[in-house]
Design a protein around this ligand. Sequence first.
Ligand SMILES: [Zn+2]
Length: 252
Amino acid sequence: MARPLAPAVVSGIERNVPLRRLLPAELAARHDALVSAFLAEKEFVGCGGLVVSEEIRATIAALACLLVLGRRGHYDALRSVLVYPSAFWVEDEVEDEAGVVERRRRDLSGEAWESSRIILSWEDVLESARFPGEGYNVALHEFAHYLEAEGLGLAAPPATWPRDAGSADLAPGRARSLEAWSADLVREFEQTRDAMDRGAETFLDPYAAEDETEFFAVATEDFYERPQQLRAALPRLYALLQEFYGLDPADW
Ligand SMILES: [Zn+2]
């Protein structure tokens, strides 16, 4: 963590991850340290003919580390990041209602796979990272899946945790149980899904209605890319993400 970032890494992040510029000084220094460790520890594998450049490594590491600025674990079990030049496809087997098994091809811009690998399309990572503010960020989405699956729970709340964050049983300096948090998240998910079913306008991308896991990943994109709008539109959801990430991006 103490190793300074190479100039090519710094310039790659400056060019491709505008969100990084918003970080307050203390978090910016922590972000540099986390990126340095991520680059030293994780293996990047170019797929489909892609040669992984320093810019690609820097950009992906910088996005991943935005999510762990306020958390305990730092992708401890993650070993490799597989990077394709653009959208890739996977084939899997699906069984229909009649029990017929079919091979199905799906086009993807990213996938969090098992606990040790993440697969990303560089084209989609780059396009979505360069234009924040739209609530679309492929890398943040996939790394959010990873962190949820990792199961390390909530961030430790800072002593100055806002008392009006939306949850009555939330006390400064003490994290509440993951079960209580998950129940609140499911409630938010169900309300959003019901609103979408009714055809009501919702702040989140419709993909959030897919299931609780996608709801969390989609909401994470908004939490970092347009936090003030998310807080205004869905304050309880914003507070739940604050609990998970230990951050208040609307303040940045
Ligand atoms: Zn997803």
